[in-house]
Design a protein around this ligand. Structure first.
Ligand code: GDP
Length: 363
């Protein structure tokens, strides 16, 4: 699976968001989630297409695909110097695929701010500097090691060292590597370094109920994100935790209606995490189970099969494929077949978002 680490200064609303996320079992039995560790939540990916498929296939169960969120509390100024268990937090971030950076964009005198005032630019810088300094540490250790190898005439070591020397002043200034504009071949050279500031990042602007519009704090976050190629999702975490408390779907729908919302803001957070990681969904639709599966955009049919079981990839013969729209329009597999919308695809087929697939394989 793929996961997204939630970071941010203390008291910006991280736990509130995380708790809402892990409580958001939209329909408890159909959308199961489990908590592996106290700080890890597996969250169902909201996808109305699953219900539409289930309506046609009438399976015994419906299983959504999931995103994992990890609450990485305690990142503070000085973390990169090992203060306040800083190294542990940085190590936790290193293990995540993407970063959700929560930024306080609400004014509330009852909630203490660590720097005594709400200032999204300063808050973002504080966190980004710690991450950049952690990267600086990796860069410097890399340069040291590569210097020895480069002396031995290792060409890749020479090239990588030159690149690290270009990266060094950027991260030393506390700037994220995302904004350096590295080319694909350069990214490949430094992939092994696991740089924190290269991880796909979204800013979660935690606003008040009334803070979605005309909110200068939110505008600041949008400006910073645009300059860095990062995403922004505005949510009111406090409201989300109230929405997540409602177990009854009707009650929840009513509450959302009163708020003028079509869906919980959390759904946008989860989808943004998905988009951030370049992920897409394909479906399997049998009478036992209608299920959503996650693959990278650009995955081939055998790679998609591997998500279900590695044997499916090893013994892959062909994939039976019906596009989602066709499956719905022709009311299922038979209808799609009759209309000539059922295809057999081979090993090089690139999976499309929403494909309804069935794999043929040798055991
Ligand atoms: P963390 O330290 O980043 O995990 O922050 P918490 O989630 O514990 O939140 C800190 C305080 O801010 C708590 O008292 C929350 O109730 C409050 N809080 C969180 N989100 C909001 C919000 O959107 N609006 C307001 N007014 N308070 C919030």
């Amino acid at each position: 699976g793929f996961n997204c680490g939630i970071v941010g200064l203390p008291n910006v609303g991280k736990s509130t968001l995380f708790n809402a996320l892990t409580k958001s079992g939209i329909d408890a039995e159909n959308f199961p989630f489990c908590t592996i560790e106290p700080n890890t939540g597996i969250v169902p990916m909201p996808d109305p297409r699953l219900d539409a498929l289930a309506e046609i296939v009438k399976p015994e169960r419906v299983v959504p695909t999931t995103m994992e969120f990890v609450d990485i509390a305690g990142l503070v100024a000085g973390a990169s110097k090992g203060e306040g268990l800083g190294n542990q937090f940085l190590a936790n971030i290193r293990e995540t695929d993407a970063i959700a950076h929560v930024v306080r964009c609400f004014d509330d005198d009852n909630v203490i701010h660590v720097a005594n005032q709400v200032d999204p630019r300063a808050d973002i810088e504080t966190i980004n500097i710690e991450l950049a300094l952690a990267d600086l540490d990796s860069v410097e250790r890399g340069i040291q090691r590569l210097t020895r190898m480069a002396k031995g005439g290792d060409k890749e070591a020479v090239a990588t060292k030159a690149l690290l020397e270009r990266i060094q002043p950027h991260v030393a200034e506390g700037l994220p590597l995302r904004s350096l504009g590295l080319e694909a071949d350069e990214l490949a050279l430094v992939r092994g370094y696991g740089f924190l500031t290269l991880k796909p990042t979204m800013y979660i602007a935690n606003v008040d109920e009334t803070g979605f519009e005309n909110n200068p704090h939110l505008e600041v976050v949008r400006e910073i994100a645009a300059a860095e190629n990062a995403l922004v999702v505005a949510v009111c975490n406090k409201l989300e935790s109230e929405i997540a408390e409602l177990d009854d779907p009707e009650e929840k729908a009513m509450f959302l209606g009163e708020l003028g919302m079509e869906e919980p803001g959390l759904d946008r957070v989860i989808r943004a995490g998905y988009a951030l990681l370049g992920l897409q969904t394909y479906f399997t639709a049998g009478v036992k189970e209608v299920r959503a599966w996650t693959v990278k955009v650009g995955a081939t049919a055998p790679q998609a099969a591997a998500v279900i079981h590695t044997d499916f990839e090893k013994g892959f013969i062909r994939a039976e494929v019906i596009g989602y729209d066709d499956f719905i329009h022709y009311k299922g597999e038979q209808g799609a077949k009759d209309a000539g919308k059922w295809r057999l695809e081979g090993k090089s087929y690139i999976v499309q978002d929403g494909d309804v697939m069935h794999f043929r394989f040798n055991v």
